[in-house]
Design a protein around this ligand. Structure first.
Ligand SMILES: Nc1ncnc2c1ncn2[C@@H]1O[C@H](COP(=O)(O)OP(=O)(O)OP(=O)(O)O)[C@@H](O)[C@H]1O
Ligand SMILES: [Mg+2]
Length: 472
């Protein structure tokens, strides 16, 4: 029996109840309203309360470090994204201490292109981090859904992420360490936000770090366990840009060491892309993903300058390209009609995903209608079958009556027939007897005599007469 405690919100009165793990999946009487409620089977189901403040609504997804839930923060009456780390991280005390420090630092980054950390802490044996809930689509899902992206749209997103990295680096000396499309969320109005900053480590605190992050996007120095700085994030962002423009990863392999080998030794296959990428964009990716950090852009700001330069050269609507550090401000003022038009390209992706969401909702609605119709149909069938039973009962009675009449008629006919048969049998037996008699008669009748016999008979009878006369 597991007697460790959990807290759940009563679905009837919303008060918080403490239960034991052993009670999960069973019925529980609310300590406040006294109503009996069914407890879910899983510890992280809707209604679970964490740190007396976060009520889980639903699971949003999970990654390498933990699961993310949409939760309601009771104290602030707002929805948040709550990342609950896996037990393997929480049981490691060093990690828990480090996590607290990192999360504190990350919570101080307040930038439009960074998902804001709101709270962090522990509840019994779990560690959590609450972040702003971003209603949007992750960049990896966007790439999977649409394949290769238009160059300016991809650069627009990378530029925004670089703004977020710049803020973290200049304000807090923080690096992300896990920049990848799955950690970039794009809102419906086209704002890209980098998430999971709380899980990064302050660069000056760590010299030799244990390998973490996603191998497909990790820098050579991350694999080599060398000290990291903002240039490592620039490398990972370069891989992200490559993936957005080609729809595939530059280096892949059956295991992490095969991927690591390629990141450490093989040149990025940017020249092999067909149709060929613009030379400025090729050059940008090459520089972002140079094996040696010294050959890369040295800061996010350097990178930003180059991105803006390229976009201003290449973009169809050059005026729509936001300058370095001004993107978020310009983004909110849609006064320039040309800019509005350019934003539409990215907005289209979002609109499509919005439409997909709407279509999904539409489908759900249709399914609900179809479901209701089915229920109505089933109810109607049940109703008619029930009323039909009465109807059937009545018709059965009529049929029974008719059958009885018919049966009587048949019986009568049968009796008549039987009588006739009896009569015939009788007649037949009379006839038979007659025939028998005739036969017998015929058998006893003297046969046609020959003349000799006749004379013999005559003689006999004459002899008889003579004898008689003598007697007399
Ligand atoms: N702040 C957020 N707002 C809304 N949804 C979020 C937020 N953070 C994460 N998510 C959702 O939760 C999912 C899981 O996120 P998570 O960070 O655990 O996984 P990941 O990014 O794929 O892997 P990793 O553990 O390497 O970061 C994401 O794909 C996203 O859909
Ligand atoms: Mg993540």
């Amino acid at each position: 029996m597991d007697h460790s405690k959990l807290k759940f919100q009563c679905i009837m009165c919303f008060s918080i109840n403490e239960i034991t793990k052993a009670e999960m999946g069973h019925q529980h009487t609310c300590t406040n309203c006294g109503k009996v409620v069914q407890l879910p089977n899983s510890s992280f189901s809707s209604g679970r309360v964490i740190a007396d403040d976060f009520v889980i609504k639903k699971k949003l997804g999970s990654g390498a470090m933990g699961s993310v839930f949409l939760a309601h923060q009771l104290s602030m009456d707002r929805d948040v994204a709550l990342k609950v780390l896996f037990y393997q991280f929480t049981k490691d005390e060093n990690y828990a201490d480090e996590f607290n420090e990192e999360a504190k630092a990350a919570a101080r980054i307040n930038h439009i292109n960074v998902v804001q950390s709101l709270a962090f802490g522990s509840d019994q044996d779990l560690l959590y981090m609450a972040m702003n809930y971003v209603d949007g689509i992750t960049f990896d899902k966007l790439i999977k859904r649409h394949g290769k992206m238009n160059v300016d749209d991809a650069l627009n997103i990378v530029q925004q992420v670089a703004e977020g990295l710049h803020a973290a680096w200049t304000e807090m000396h923080l690096i992300h360490r896990d920049v990848k499309p799955a950690n970039i969320i794009i809102t419906d109005d086209g704002i890209a936000k980098i998430s999971d900053f709380g899980l990064a480590r302050q660069a000056h605190k760590v010299n030799v770090q244990t390998i973490s992050g996603s191998p497909a996007y990790m820098s050579p120095e991350q694999f080599a366990q060398k000290p990291l700085d903002c240039r490592s994030d620039i490398y990972s962002l370069g891989i992200t840009l490559f993936e957005a423009l080609t729809g595939r990863l530059p280096f892949s392999g059956t295991n992490a060491s095969a991927v690591a080998y390629k990141h450490l030794n093989e040149p990025i296959p940017v020249n092999k892309i067909k149709p060929a990428l613009n030379r400025h964009v090729r050059g940008l990716i090459k520089r972002m993903t140079a094996k040696n950090p010294d050959d890369r852009f040295q800061t996010p700001e350097n990178l930003l300058n180059r991105i803006v330069e390229i976009r201003k050269k290449m973009a169809v609507d050059k005026a729509a390209v936001a300058n370095v550090h001004t993107m978020s401000i310009k983004r909110q003022s849609f006064t320039n009609p040309k800019r509005e038009r350019s934003l539409k390209t990215l907005a289209e992706y979002n609109r499509e995903s919005q439409q997909t969401k709407q279509a999904t909702n539409e489908h759900r609605r249709l399914y609900a209608i179809a479901g209701s119709l089915c229920v109505v149909f089933v109810l109607l069938v049940m109703f008619y079958s029930l009323s039909g039973t009465n109807h059937q009962k009545n018709s059965t009675k009529v049929i029974d009556k008719k059958l009885t009449v018919l049966q009587n008629k048949v019986d009568k006919k049968l009796t008549d027939l039987q009588n006739k048969v009896d009569k015939l049998t009788k007649q037949n037996s009379v006839l038979y007897n007659h025939l028998k008699e005739i036969k017998e008669l015929l058998e006893h009748k003297p046969k046609k005599n020959s003349a000799k016999q006749l004379s013999e008979n005559k003689k006999k009878s004459e002899d008889k007469k003579l004898v008689k006369t003598k007697k007399d």
